[in-house]
Design a protein around this ligand. Structure first.
Ligand code: SF4
Ligand code: SF4
Length: 293
């Protein structure tokens, strides 16, 4: 086994591509998988967990960014618990609609877990969503909550903001819809301006491909979700030698899970340890010179 002990953040996206919700703005709405497809996803995650447990990279952070909803599957809930208990894992974060069973939160090491919770108003009552956010927070889990900034969600976003007065609430900009973009989202999310633009990134220094990578179900490694070139594989041990600083090859980067790794934006000043799950750091821990763009 490689003796590498450098830190690494892995965004894991296995073959899972299904969801129990029916959001009109999503290609995975109500998409179902066959039993065989679920088995393939489960096996892929088990293999990834074996790799993570070997400790090739330390400390390791893992961020589940599924196509669809993963936390309704027991193997993802078990994976969050298992990763949180690994001594060399710094963070295990996951994007979720918060509809799945919650018993896993009593089994995890809470200070290592981050939850990116998206509220979909047509699919879940706010009271249920905010109660679940409250349970995560009581347990000491780092949690952000947010909403997709469609026209239909404008009033719901205000209600979400009011229901969770002591946490950061983000809004995902729907950049293709000028009408939606003009609805004053900064009143809900003071950092909306960051998400509202496509950051020029061509040739700029980005930590992906060196300190941060994405991994799929067969272990193929890409620098990020937005650049398709495979740079190595977890399971043939080619990753350690493949990691190196490289400039971004894309013209722009407009998604939180990408542009937070653009070095010049220095968004670690804003999000601190919560950068994966989009939790804003307490103001006393952030750079006071930071101003919103
Ligand atoms: S909860 Fe997320 S993955 Fe599921 S349908 Fe809605 S947007 Fe898509
Ligand atoms: S800036 Fe965005 S698109 Fe470019 S390499 Fe980084 S994450 Fe990928």
């Amino acid at each position: 086994m490689s003796a590498e002990r450098r830190p690494l953040t892995v965004l894991y996206r296995g073959p899972l591509s299904s969801c129990n919700f029916d959001c009109p703005y999503c290609p995975f709405a109500k998409r179902r998988e066959s039993r065989a497809e679920r088995g393939t996803d489960r096996d892929a995650l088990a293999r990834f967990l074996r790799w993570a447990g070997e400790g090739e990279f330390q400390p390791l952070s893992v961020f589940f960014t599924p196509w669809g909803e993963a936390m309704v599957r027991s193997w993802y809930r078990d994976a969050v618990v298992e990763l949180s208990r690994m001594p060399h894992v710094r963070r295990v974060a996951v994007q979720t609609n918060l509809s799945g069973p919650m018993t896993w939160i009593d089994e995890c090491v809470p200070e290592r877990v981050g939850i990116w919770a998206t509220w979909h108003p047509a699919e879940m009552p706010l009271e249920r969503f905010s109660a679940r956010v409250g349970r995560l927070r009581e347990r000491g889990i780092s949690v952000s909550a947010g909403i997709v900034g469609t026209v239909a969600h404008r009033e719901a976003a205000d209600r979400l903001r009011a229901a969770l007065p002591d946490i950061y609430v983000w809004v995902n900009a729907v950049k293709r819809d000028p009408e939606a973009m003009a609805l004053g989202w900064e009143e809900v999310d003071p950092l909306f301006g960051w998400n509202a633009q496509a950051w020029p990134s061509l040739g700029r220094v980005c930590r992906t491909g060196n300190e941060v990578v994405t991994v799929d179900g067969v272990g193929d490694v890409r620098r990020c979700h937005f650049v398709p070139d495979v740079i190595g594989n977890l399971y043939d041990r080619s990753l350690a030698t493949a990691l190196s600083p490289r400039p971004c090859p894309n013209a722009t980067c407009g998604c939180h899970i990408g542009y937070v790794h653009l070095k010049e934006l220095a968004l670690e000043r804003v999000f601190g340890d919560g950068i994966l799950e989009r939790v804003r750091a307490p103001l006393h821990q952030t750079d006071s010179s930071f101003s919103q763009h």
